[in-house]
Design a protein around this ligand. Structure first.
Ligand code: DGP
Length: 114
């Protein structure tokens, strides 16, 4: 999508603090971090929301979670704990309509989330 900010980050058209890249995924630090570690993991493929996932995206979404695990290990938060979140649509607070996994860690977290 030509007007999608995360597609532009994935293509290197706008800058981001990238921590991980592969053929199908990019991970970068959130512009507005909510925890000491706050990284967004995205597929290069433009998928707007969880509601738009297709069966063919199953492997891609599995890789997305494996990348989150590897990044958590690299960030040194795997053992103490971290949270992954995918917001879907307005009531969940999704503001960027290119699917992304939030990887949050480095501080204690409450439950339920707000
Ligand atoms: P969500 O609310 O789940 O759609 O999360 C979108 C996140 O994306 C939010 O935490 C802020 C972050 N974000 C928005 N624009 C940019 C950007 O241009 N660069 C980076 N690094 N993060 C961004």
């Amino acid at each position: 999508m030509s007007d999608c900010i995360f597609c532009k980050i994935a293509k290197g058209e706008i800058p981001a603090d990238i921590v991980h890249e592969s053929d199908d995924l990019v991970a970068f630090r959130d512009l507005n971090p909510q925890a000491p570690t706050h990284i967004l993991v995205i597929p290069r493929k433009h998928i707007a929301t969880l509601n738009d996932l297709q069966e063919e995206d199953a492997t891609l979404m599995g890789r997305l979670h494996l990348a989150a695990r590897a990044i958590a290990e690299a960030e040194g938060i795997a053992g103490r704990g971290y949270r992954t979140v995918i917001n879907c649509n307005a009531e969940a607070g999704q503001t960027v309509f290119h699917i992304h996994l939030h990887l949050l860690g480095g501080r204690p977290m409450g439950w339920p989330p707000g």
